[in-house]
Write a protein that binds this ligand. Structure first.
Ligand code: TMP
Length: 217
């Protein structure tokens, strides 16, 4: 049995550069010598029937209550969880663009927190817990300068500010379990990529050496 792969999540506000960084990370891991087996995931996964409903909601083509859309985002992770576990157990490292932390941060930030923070955490309890959460921070001015900002439902300055606050709370709450690594994503793509790769290689090595069981949220 090979040692399991590491589970790494990239989180952050909209337009923090996660998607670019994830693709650079995947290429650098798979082209290293020897190559690290790696699979990239992203949430929401808009390709499934649940993901299609989420996509209509985000593009404002469909409306839904805050509770209902929150549960759909979580279901979208649960439907992916068996394959995710299998991939990790096969020894493949998984790098993932957004996860349950975005789920809590965005819903709890909406409408003055009508869906409470604890309620928001509930549906994701039991999902595989990442070995590392990389939190990319971005300033408002840089965020708003990046392409396509404002095209989807949550891309307003006011909401992004509240989301930032909930992410800070999530990070503080996780401190005892497995600290997040904060990465300043206002810097150049290359500088950010270097920090991310270093942190991922470190956790990869630890997981391959210790082969710890996959923890749960
Ligand atoms: P994306 O731009 O990374 O595809 O994410 C789409 C939006 O969905 C983004 O504004 C964050 C939000 N989101 C949630 O509200 N809940 C979730 O569980 C996830 C994964 C994303």
């Amino acid at each position: 049995m090979p040692a399991r792969g590491a589970f790494v999540v990239l989180e952050g506000l909209d337009r923090c550069g996660k998607t670019t960084q994830l693709s650079l990370l995947r290429s650098s891991l798979s082209s290293s010598s020897p190559p690290t087996p790696v699979k990239a995931l992203n949430f929401p996964d808009r390709t499934t029937p649940i993901g299609t409903m989420i996509n209509s909601y985000l593009k404002t083509a469909a409306d839904m209550s805050d509770n209902a859309i929150h549960l759909l985002f979580s279901s979208n992770r649960w439907e992916a969880a068996p394959a995710l576990l299998e991939t990790l157990r096969e020894g493949t490292t998984v790098v993932c663009d957004r996860y349950a932390f975005s789920g809590v941060a965005f819903t709890a930030a909406k409408n003055n927190g009508t869906c409470g923070y604890d309620w928001c955490k509930g549906p994701d309890v039991g999902l595989p817990r990442p070995d590392l959460v990389l939190f990319l921070t971005v300033s408002e001015s840089v965020q708003e300068k990046r392409g396509d900002y404002g095209g989807e439902r949550y891309e307003t300055r006011e909401l992004q500010r509240s989301v930032r606050g909930v992410f800070d709370r999530l990070r503080a709450d996780d401190e005892g379990e497995r600290p997040w690594k904060v990465v300043d994503a206002d810097r150049s793509v290359e500088e950010v990529a270097r920090d991310i790769e270093e942190a991922v290689r470190e956790v990869e090595e630890r997981v391959r050496g210790e082969n710890p069981p996959i923890a749960k949220l």
